[in-house]
Design a protein around this ligand. Structure first.
Ligand code: HEC
Ligand code: HEC
Length: 474
């Protein structure tokens, strides 16, 4: 049986203390070590030999520094920010993009599965009267300029020639794609507004009245709404100098949201970045030990590149929960990448999740199956046994009964890289500590990006947390 190879000098560590100290490396946040062993978790020895070894392993895996995206023109960011927070984009004007990607929850919603239109409340307190869930977990919007494939199944992507691929093919006309400045991310916001469960609704508004295959008509109807608001006309024309609003399509809106996300949510100043830049003491001893595990074990075969994703798809034996995407006999399954490619070997494969700021973005997994980050790391150790014993009690009550009885089918296409992987509890602690070194302290508080007002005048979810300058409010 092959094991994650690892032995390291930090001994006698109290494992419980580690969990309590994740993120404690953040120099801007004062930490109060509990006692004795917590100091060990925080300590930074003269580790230059180990640091050099980790750097060599890191380079071997192609894990390079994350470049900042080029600056985005402020007028485009301003438009994109307004649109991202404005419920006018949703059929019944009751949900905005950022309702599921809330700044106060690290641009997610702190739920296993999102809850869409027709619901009330925010984040963990959100409730749908019919108990409806979105089939997948809302991923964060961090560093998406560094990703080639978007969504859990990669259905929006760019190929090596720079071509953007989406589920709607040539319904995105050449005139529309000519507007895209941020690759696949510019196309992504075209999709949530089409989705009835997320934003459009089944009834009660002019967007809902269109058939599902009338995507261009739906986009045009959203633009009609926006055009009726004089401030949006001004914002669009400022964002795209020399163009008239009446000549624009929803691609201009989508591209602006991408510009907003790119400019505000790119993070590359974590302890890990300081380590890559040459500071041997940027990581604690425990994080450094975890980094060595991560680099020398199989984690980094999939989680690599500057954002810790190979932009490929793997089945890592995560249980299937929730309403599903309509797959399988009962329709409650989610075949992941196979839904896009039709390739049976890709059943249950999902995009390798990027890991920067991962400490902040729970629950974890494509269905938010894990509510504890350490538990996700631990899952990789004998993942076949872990899948059999998946603990539903970590899920909210409404989801506990939804686990699909598909364990054998999932294990049939599990990535062979996970065969024989066994971690000691100490290694799990160390790797979990390493993951907390990927947190950029600036991502801990994103209140500044929420506006107090949006041009439609509709209420802004999370506005109570807004702390940005008033001139950014619309
Ligand atoms: C009802 C909740 C909800 C709403 C509203 C919503 N999203 Fe999402 N978002 C999700 C979920 C769930 C996913 C994952 C879906 C999947 O992969 O199939 C997602 C995925 C994404 C991604 C992909 C991130 C990645 O890592 O690939 C981006 C970007 C995004 N949404 C932006 C937006 C924008 C922009 C809007 C508004 C136009 C929006 N979302 C509206 C829940 C929501
Ligand atoms: C075979 C490729 C592969 C290997 C090896 C691998 N991962 Fe993953 N990782 C993935 C994929 C794919 C997902 C998304 C799985 C899903 O949700 O179905 C994921 C998800 C995660 C997540 C959850 C992230 C989130 O935001 O939901 C964490 C944390 C993680 N991996 C850490 C690790 C660690 C630590 C290791 C080494 C012990 C590791 N991974 C090994 C492919 C891999």
């Amino acid at each position: 049986m092959r094991r994650f190879t690892h032995r390291h000098a930090v001994v006698g560590l109290a494992l419980a203390a580690l969990a309590a100290c994740s993120g404690a490396d953040d120099a801007t946040q004062p930490t109060a070590p509990a006692a004795g062993t917590a100091d060990a978790a925080l300590s930074r020895s003269d580790n230059s030999a180990l640091a050099a070894e980790v750097r060599t392993l890191t380079a071997g895996r192609g894990i390079t520094p994350l470049e900042s995206p080029p600056p985005v023109r402020p007028a485009l960011v301003r438009l994109g920010r307004a649109l991202a927070f404005d419920k006018v984009l949703s059929g019944n004007k009751d949900i905005a993009c950022m309702t599921c990607h809330l700044p106060q929850f690290a641009t997610g919603d702190a739920r296993s599965l999102s809850i869409g239109q027709g619901a009330t409340g925010l984040g963990p307190a959100r409730i749908h009267p019919g108990g409806a869930f979105i089939p997948r977990n809302a991923p964060p919007a961090f560093n998406l300029h560094a990703m080639k494939v978007l969504f859990w199944d990669g259905r929006v992507s760019r190929d090596d020639g720079g071509m953007v691929h989406t589920p709607v093919g040539d319904k995105i006309t050449p005139q529309m794609s000519a507007v895209f400045e941020f690759g696949p991310l510019s196309a992504l916001p075209l999709f949530p507004v089409l989705n009835r469960a997320e934003m459009r609704s089944d009834a009660g508004n002019e967007l809902a009245a269109f058939r599902d295959d009338q995507e261009p008509e739906i986009w045009a109807a959203v633009m009609k709404r926006l055009g009726a608001i004089p401030q949006y006309r001004r914002l669009f024309e400022a964002a795209y100098p020399g163009q008239r609003f009446q000549d624009m399509t929803f691609a201009h809106a989508s591209n602006a949201i991408a510009g907003f996300l790119t400019s505000q949510l790119s993070f590359n100043r974590s302890p890990w970045d300081r380590f890559l830049a040459g500071n041997d003491r940027a990581l604690t001893d425990v994080q450094l030990a975890g980094a060595k595990n991560f680099m020398s074990a199989r984690c980094s075969i999939c989680h690599n590149g500057p954002a810790f994703s190979d932009n490929l798809f793997h089945n890592v034996a995560v249980a299937q929960i929730g309403p599903g995407e309509g797959d399988g006999g009962g329709g409650h399954d989610d075949f992941g990448r196979m839904r896009v490619t039709g390739v049976a070997a890709e059943q249950y494969a999902f995009r390798t999740t990027p890991l920067r700021n991962v400490e902040l973005t729970g629950p974890w997994g494509h269905g938010g199956q894990f509510t504890d980050l350490r538990a996700f790391v631990d899952h990789y150790s004998e993942s076949d046994i872990k899948l059999h014993n998946f603990d539903v009690n970590q899920l909210e009550a409404l989801l506990r009964g939804t686990v699909q009885p598909t364990t054998d089918a999932i294990l049939a296409t599990r990535d062979p890289l996970l065969n024989g992987v066994v971690f000691t509890p100490q290694q799990v602690d160390e790797v979990t500590a390493f993951l907390s070194a990927l947190t950029d302290p600036r991502a801990r508080n994103l209140e500044r990006i929420t506006p107090r007002r949006v041009p439609s005048g509709l209420p802004v979810d999370g506005a109570v947390f807004a702390s940005g300058p008033p001139e950014d409010d619309f």
